[in-house]
Ligand binder design. Structure first.
Ligand code: NAD
Length: 495
């Protein structure tokens, strides 16, 4: 036996890199058996309820109210009453409440993160490290503007709009709530917010934060329910609707509001191009590709779901991508090691499965790393399709799941043309070491956000929003504050 062989015998080399389970405890949570509607600072009883579950094992978590048209009417009336005093408060007073909300959210972040992962299925490391810190950061950021509106919009007279109806989706429940509520309150509006039907629990827990912060009654009202509750809010006596969700529902809301005085902003779907040039740093790029599509199981409006790779480096990029995919840990959202959690609902799982079948039928080549999916709950393995035609459904439609479609290009011009060949225009990514190329691409890509050598980065100071069927209006930054204000029609920027 050679020396080397002997040494190997004595010092065992680990071959199995499986992590021991590291589940986050749920003991920090108190979930009520049944929730009412948070209207005028009180819990109001509802007539109908539905069960909200955990997608990790389909276990029921609580009964949640299905708000009727009359309930929505009551919530809007409470917001209207509260608006009279809230809008008259000095900005510095409003910001005090908002700083309190931000601090309480930061203090209770663990509780919120556990509930977010339990009800929505996203990995705890994401809700803990991304969703909750960002939600608190939005309240901190907009709290800072509440008493500085005249500097934010110089030579104009910013005034609040009134009551804002806000409708949010299930993929980032707390973050979307913060995106909506923080700028509205800073601007002096009152709010009626409707969370998505599959993820209402963190918005309901947020009502306790409002109580702790001592926010005056009726400034924020939370009504739960399905699309019919959302539709009732759109039709109610609000001054503005802020909607984040699918393009289909966004279009229906726009039709509904056409010809009315109500203001509207729409944050809708996407089919982002993540574009990889042959001078990129391949290993970092592969991390960016993985983060771009498998973060939050691909339930991300700006997910990098179309990967464009320059032909000359196609093979090494795809080989490294497949290797990296094999190391992703899929499973319990509450396990701190989990990279890919549960699909949010059965309905969403069915949609992903249908589009993946369509991809296979249209001749694309599928790869899924070997992985064992839990038996209960809703799961889908990280998936990549190569050999994808531009016209294929998986290259055109938003899948909203952990499914990547890979296409190739030869020149920057071709990359731009293919990337823009979509009805959407929310985000894009460019991977290259050339700064000039990044700027050249960013000028030509029809996307609201273009990330360079990174992906899925968010910051409260930075506006986010779409072109074309991805919607209009911006959230984040001062751009995100403007749609919550009205200005004298005679005023223009710069005076
Ligand atoms: P969805 O449109 O089905 O639902 C969104 C919200 O609208 C839910 O609260 C729902 O109850 C409500 N709703 C449903 N029908 C309604 C109606 N007729 N009138 C009023 N409200 C109604 O979308 P979803 O499946 O919950 O979310 C996924 C979609 O959201 C994806 O398309 C995604 O791209 C998009 N999204 C966009 C952004 C963005 O910032 N652009 C962010 C997150 C998600």
């Amino acid at each position: 036996m050679t020396d080397v062989e002997k040494r190997q015998d004595r010092s065992p080399v680990p071959t199995d890199w499986t992590y021991a389970p590291a589940p986050e405890s749920t003991s920090i949570l108190t979930i009520e058996e049944r929730y009412g509607l948070y209207i005028g600072g009180e819990w109001q009883k509802a007539k109908e309820h539905f069960t909200t579950i955990s997608p990790r094992d389909e276990s029921p978590l609580a009964e949640v109210a299905q708000a009727s048209e009359a309930d929505v009417h009551d919530a809007v009336a409470a917001a209207r009453t509260a608006f009279k005093t809230w809008s008259k408060l000095p900005g510095a007073e409003r910001s005090k409440y908002m700083f309190r909300i931000a601090r309480i959210l930061a203090e209770r972040a663990r509780e919120f993160a556990v509930l977010e992962s339990l009800n929505g299925g996203k990995p705890i490391k994401e809700s803990r490290d991304v969703d909750l810190p960002l939600a608190a950061a939005h309240f901190f950021y907009y709290a800072g503007w509440a008493d500085k509106l005249e500097y934010a919009f110089p030579n104009r007279t910013p005034q609040p709009l009134g009551v804002c109806g806000q409708i949010i989706p299930w993929n980032f429940p707390m973050l979307m709530l913060a995106w909506k509520i923080a700028p509205a309150l800073a601007a002096g509006n009152s709010v009626v917010l409707k969370p998505a039907e599959t993820t209402p629990l963190t918005a309901l827990l947020f009502c306790d934060v409002l109580r702790q912060a001592g926010l005056p009654a009726g400034v924020v009202n939370i009504v739960t329910g399905d699309g019919s509750t959302g539709a009732a809010l759109v039709d109610s006596d609000v001054d503005k609707i802020a909607f984040t969700g699918s393009t289909q529902v966004g279009k229906a809301i726009q039709r509904r509001l056409a010809g009315t005085e109500k203001k509207l902003t729409l944050e809708l779907g996407g089919k982002a191009a993540n574009i990889v040039f042959d001078d990129c740093a391949i290993d970092q790029t592969v991390e960016g590709i993985v983060n771009g599509i498998y973060f939050n199981q691909g339930h991300v409006c700006c997910a990098g779901s179309r990967l464009f790779v320059q032909e000359s480096i196609y093979e090494p990029v795809i080989a490294k991508l497949k290797q990296r995919m094999a190391t992703l840990r899929i499973g319990d959202p509450l396990d701190k090691n989990t990279d890919v959690g549960a699909i949010n609902s059965r309905e969403q799982l069915t949609r992903i499965e249908e589009l993946v079948e369509a991809g296979k039928e249209e001749g694309a080549e599928i790869y899924q790393p070997p992985c064992r999916l839990p038996e209960q709950g809703y799961w889908f393995a990280p998936t990549v399709f190569t050999n994808v035609a531009q016209s294929a459904r998986i290259a055109q439609e938003e899948i909203f799941g952990p499914v990547l479609s890979v296409l190739t290009f030869r020149t920057p011009e071709e990359a731009v043309e293919k990337a823009n060949n979509t009805p959407y225009g929310l985000s894009a990514g460019v991977w290259t070491e050339k700064g000039s190329r990044i700027l050249w691409m960013a000028e030509r890509l029809r996307a609201g956000v273009v990330w360079a050598n990174t992906f899925n980065r968010f910051d409260p100071t930075s506006p986010f929003g779409g072109y074309k069927e991805s919607g209009f209006g911006r959230e984040g930054g001062l751009h995100g504050m403007e749609p919550y204000l009205t200005f004298d029609a005679a005023e223009t920027f710069g005076g």
